[in-house]
Design a protein around this ligand. Structure first.
Ligand code: BEZ
Length: 258
């Protein structure tokens, strides 16, 4: 199973309730998108639909796509008036060309970035906008490192092969876009320290939701051991006054299809 497929099994209601920070941070990106009345906009990796709805409120016609059936089920239940469908960002088609494609906190789950960009390009009108935010090269570096070293400590071979993420540098991603005919008019990276909910259990819960591919075939005892090792290693760095703060870094892009 590919990493992208593993993420496709996400629990939509858990995401909706306990990981709301993912879409709450995305509101800033909406200002960059600046959706207009009558535009046709695709929300790629729409999750449970909160940002999709905000684009619709601006008067755009909207389609939300997500690879996880459970996310789409929750999105449809949340916003029955909007259009959502299950789809793969590496291989999707739209019913008519889009004025813009918006994507928040999704593209770092897909290592096949060129295939995604090709699909985005064919779905946009000439002059159409691609507005995206996702994990930058330095994203959750401390957490990823700690997961890999902890797996190695308990004797799991090649722990880096379990890493599901695509966190490019700015130069790498901009040149991929340019190679496929985009004009990148804005590109930036910035840190976004992210407060995890649930106090002391925050990192544990985050790992179980977002980093499950590191643990998936381990016994319950091995999983608990890895999580304790990760917590012990990261506590001095990422745990402050009863809250875990994850070391997120973002890449933000505004590109126009030529
Ligand atoms: C992110 O939003 O940057 C992210 C979330 C979970 C795992 C990896 C990255």
């Amino acid at each position: 199973m590919s990493n992208y497929k593993i993420q496709s099994n996400w629990d939509g209601s858990l995401y909706n309730d306990k990981h709301a920070f993912v879409w709450q941070h995305g509101e800033d990106l909406l200002r960059l998108l600046n959706p207009k009345l009558g535009e046709y906009i695709l929300d790629l990796g729409c999750g449970t639909g909160q940002l999709t709805e905000k684009i619709a409120i601006a008067g755009a016609e909207i389609l939300g796509i997500d690879a996880a059936p459970s996310m789409i089920e929750t999105a449809k239940a949340n916003y029955p008036q909007l259009r959502f469908q299950v789809g793969d960002a590496r291989n999707f088609q739209v019913d008519k060309p889009c004025d813009a494609i918006f994507s928040n906190a999704t593209l770092h789950w897909i290592k096949e970035a060129d295939a995604v960009i090709a699909c985005i390009s064919q779905a946009l009108k000439p002059g159409g906008r691609f507005v995206a935010e996702f994990g930058y090269r330095r994203n959750i570096d401390a957490i990823a490192q700690a997961l890999e070293t902890s797996l190695a400590k308990i004797g799991i071979p090649e722990p880096q092969t379990r890493n599901p993420w695509y966190f490019p540098s700015l130069g790498e991603y901009v040149s991929k876009l340019e190679q496929q005919g985009f004009d990148v008019t804005y590109a930036n990276t910035f840190p976004r320290p992210t407060f995890l909910t649930d106090g002391e259990a925050g990192l544990r819960n985050w790992i179980r939701m977002f980093a499950n591919s590191f643990l998936i075939d381990l016994s319950a005892q091995q999983q608990a051991e890895v999580i304790s090792l990760v917590e012990a290693e990261l506590k001095p760095k990422l745990y402050h006054q009863g809250t875990w703060i994850a070391d997120y870094w973002r890449i933000r892009i505004f590109a126009v299809k030529l």
